[in-house]
Design a protein around this ligand. Structure first.
Ligand code: NAD
Length: 473
């Protein structure tokens, strides 16, 4: 760890006192009830202030990300700070249109009349962030919640404690503190938060806690968005451009040292391409991080010793192609590739969430899709093939939150693509307009003229009325 940077940051603050949590949520509800957050101009000002915070506090946020995860400045900007600022720009550009009521056709039975869908804020929402992209995963849902006109409780992950502190310190100085509150803490504070009534809960993290969140939400009939994870497969066949595939897979896997929810978890490669791909992935790692990745300024660290020990425990099975070094004091695990990994190996059970890439042989892409379909639905699926029929068959035969063909992860950066899971990888989605809609109620409104009722609506139902109703419905 770089001691110079460590000293620039203030010490992390203590967790929010749990006894303050109920009144914090009540205060937000009182604010929401005033209608303050509804006008477009207010929403814009909040979003602009959030963007200003990202620009003016970029250095402090980048330093916090460095201390928490040893993210280099470029990665911190590209995947967190700049990425989030970009999402704000996109939201500001489209907000007026998103807020407009939608006119829809009025059916014959409701004529004469005018039918509209009104997009109204939900109220007070809770956003629970995860540690691996602690700026982006906390603020990207916040953008949607603010754009939609809600009040928000934000609970950053305590695991990335410096980033949590930086957000808790700066958000109240930029955003209206009567509309957005940051609650810091871990299980104890989140448990008390989950006892409160919210109008939506947006959770990012693992499925075990996702179930806790959903159970707590059920008490108040609160809808949830669960952004979870899973083992995202990467399927490669012999028609693929193996140089490009290896480079893209290595980049996506070792970005943030594998601690990315949509990182390729493992590779299924056809026999004919296996050896060439394995060789090229090792070469790609060397070209990105050098012969000793521990010395590379661009290679992050594992978030804490608990996760490091978990990952080190997965290294026993399969043949080591490259990597494998672990330095606990430095929270370092080398970018590692394993081949000949048994299908029942520990590393093939749960999401790896670290810099270890198992490569498994398959006879063909149909065998690969069978392998994928025998497991829970993943958050992402990647297919590398130049054969359009293979691409389509893999996409049609599998189900995943999202997918990319001939690349990995970049589907996330397309604002118009919803980002979310399916089955075990989550429910609901966000990004772009989907973020706005996640925090919006779409209210059905029918406007009728003050009189003019078709007589068949009302009893007594004469034979003529019955005939008319049967003709019309
Ligand atoms: P984490 O440890 O930061 O936990 C997430 C949040 O849950 C934190 O804010 C934490 O305080 C809270 N929490 C933890 N235990 C709790 C409990 N018992 N009760 C209530 N709240 C509790 O993050 P994590 O779970 O280690 O994150 C990694 C997982 O998240 C991986 O599975 C990854 O794939 C997934 N993930 C998904 C996305 C996505 O966008 N779909 C993004 C990032 C991570």
């Amino acid at each position: 760890m770089n001691p110079q940077i460590e000293t620039l940051l203030p010490e992390p603050a203590p967790a929010t006192p749990v006894e303050d949590i109920p009144s914090t949520v009540q205060a937000l509800r009182a604010t929401f009830d005033t209608g303050k957050t509804r006008p477009a101009a207010f929403r814009r000002r909040q979003l602009e202030a959030l963007r200003r915070m990202l620009v003016e506090r970029e250095r402090e946020l980048a330093e916090a990300l460095y201390v928490d995860l040893r993210k280099c400045e470029t990665e911190a900007y590209a995947t967190e700070i700049g990425f989030t600022a970009n999402e704000i720009g996109y939201t500001l550009k489209h907000l007026d249109r998103w807020m407009q009521p939608r006119r829809v056709r009025t059916s014959l039975t409701a004529m004469p009349g005018r039918s509209e869908i009104h997009r109204e804020p939900l109220g007070v929402v809770l956003i629970i962030g995860a540690w691996n992209y602690p700026v982006h995963l906390t603020l990207a849902p916040l953008i949607g919640a603010l754009a939609a006109g809600n009040c928000v409780v934000l609970k950053p992950s305590e695991v990335a404690e410096r980033t949590s502190s930086a957000l808790a310190r700066w958000l109240p100085k930029y955003l209206d503190p009567t509309c957005v509150k940051v609650v810091e803490g871990g299980v104890r504070e989140t448990t008390v938060l989950l006892e409160q009534r919210f109008d939506h809960i947006f959770y990012t993290g693992n499925g075990k806690v996702g179930r806790i969140v959903m159970r707590a939400a059920a008490e108040h009939l609160t809808p949830v968005t669960l952004e979870l994870g899973g083992k995202s497969p990467c399927i490669v066949d012999e028609s693929a451009d193996l140089d490009a595939a290896a480079r893209r897979i290595a980049w996506a896997k070792f970005l943030n040292a594998g601690q990315t929810c949509v990182a390729p978890d493992y590779v299924l490669v056809t026999d004919a391409a296996h050896d060439a791909l394995v060789h090229r992935v090792s070469a790609a790692i060397r070209s990105m991080y050098g012969d000793d990745p521990q010395q590379s300024p661009d290679y992050p660290r594992i978030v804490n010793e608990r996760h490091l020990d978990r990952l080190a425990g997965l290294l026993g099975e399969g043949t080591l192609v490259c990597g494998g070094e672990v330095d606990r004091g430095d929270r370092y695990i080398a970018p590692t590739v394993l081949k000949d990994v048994p299908r029942d190996a520990a590393i093939m059970q749960d999401e790896i969430f670290g810099p270890i890439l198992p490569v498994l042989r398959v006879a063909d892409t149909d065998a690969a899709t069978r392998f994928v379909n025998d497991r829970p639905k993943p958050l992402a699926l990647y297919v590398f093939s130049t054969d359009a029929r293979t691409q389509d068959r893999v996409l049609a035969q599998t189900s995943s939150g999202g997918a990319a063909v001939n690349h990995c992860i970049l589907q996330l950066g397309v604002e118009d693509l919803p980002f979310g899971g399916v089955g075990e990888s989550g429910m609901g989605a966000y990004h772009g307009e989907r973020s706005f809609l996640t925090f919006t109620h779409q209210k059905a409104v029918l406007r009728k003229p003050k009189s003019m009722d078709p007589p068949m609506l009302f009893p007594p139902f004469t034979a003529l009325k019955k005939r008319l109703i049967k003709t019309l419905l």
